[in-house]
Design a protein around this ligand. Structure first.
Ligand SMILES: C[S@@+](CC[C@H](N)C(=O)[O-])C[C@H]1O[C@@H](n2cnc3c(N)ncnc32)[C@H](O)[C@@H]1O
Length: 253
């Protein structure tokens, strides 16, 4: 991954080399936006509370990378498996900027990134998916503590819950894929969500360089015929489906 980062770093461009007006606007007004996220203080206090917890939970895991069904410290999980403040705020800014209202998050964990997504607009509707019951219980406490009421928690293996849940939704404005970091499920979830995308939707994939499988999944996603704009930010990758423009791939820093 270190070598991948070095390659990314030397390939990545800044504002001067972006000729797409859409991507130029995204880069300057969303990616480079450093303004204060108003809800951040409260959500970060919740993150800190979890990072300081002395409790353990019984993890039931479906994803790649973590040991199966073992007791794990809440503090270690909060330190290692949640998106950082910087990237959670980045997601918040995307949702705010494009005024997205229907939001899918695959992989709730303790609900920290979910909270940022939910706080963008009380009228936004968030569907967040988590397979581990004890983890989701903590996420629900997070939502309660932050007075969040616009989150629908879908408990169970995404393999089984995604299709049925999407039947209740008319469209997906934004989807954040942060659950099973394997190639086949990532591509399968992507294909499932594609049926509800619109020209303005954005799909975001976490950890696109995390493993050979994730690199391969990302390659397949950006080459998909429905994807017109893809943006590699190393830690996450974004794809858009805007019509009437030439397919273009950007590597930005
Ligand atoms: C990296 S964490 C999510 C972090 C969260 N999005 C954040 O930034 O705060 C991934 C979560 O996805 C869940 N997960 C992985 N594979 C899953 C599956 N197939 N079905 C349901 N949940 C799954 C794991 O239990 C874990 O809690």
């Amino acid at each position: 991954m270190y070598l991948d980062f070095v390659k990314y770093f030397f390939k990545a461009n800044n504002a001067h080399s972006i000729h797409s007006p859409f991507v130029f606007e995204f880069f300057n007004k969303v990616f480079k936006d450093k303004s204060i996220v108003p809800c951040s203080r409260f959500i970060e206090a919740e993150r800190l509370r979890l990072m300081s917890s002395h409790k353990t939970i019984e993890r039931k895991d479906f994803g790649a990378g973590i040991k199966k069904n073992t007791p794990q410290k809440i503090s270690s999980l909060a330190k290692t498996s949640l998106k950082s403040k910087k990237w959670s705020q980045f997601l918040y800014r995307i949702v705010k900027f494009y005024d997205y209202k229907t939001i899918i998050e695959l992989g709730t964990s303790f609900g920290i990134t979910t909270a940022y997504l939910a706080k963008t607009n009380p009228h936004a509707e968030i569907y967040t998916f988590e397979g581990c019951p004890e983890t989701l219980k903590i996420a629900k406490e997070t939502f309660h503590n932050l007075e969040i009421q616009n989150v629908n928690c879908v408990e169970g293996n995404i393999d089984l819950t995604l299709g049925d849940t999407l039947k209740k939704i008319k469209k997906i404005d934004i989807a954040f894929f942060d659950a099973n970091h394997r190639e086949e499920p990532t591509l399968r979830y992507f294909e499932t969500c594609l049926s509800l995308k619109s020209e303005n939707s954005c799909f975001i994939f976490d950890d696109i360089y995390w493993s050979e499988e994730m690199k391969s999944a990302w390659k397949a996603i950006i080459n998909h015929s429905e994807v017109t704009i893809s943006i590699d930010l190393f830690f996450v990758g974004l794809v858009f489906f805007r019509k009437g423009i030439e397919k273009q791939h950007f590597v930005l820093k």
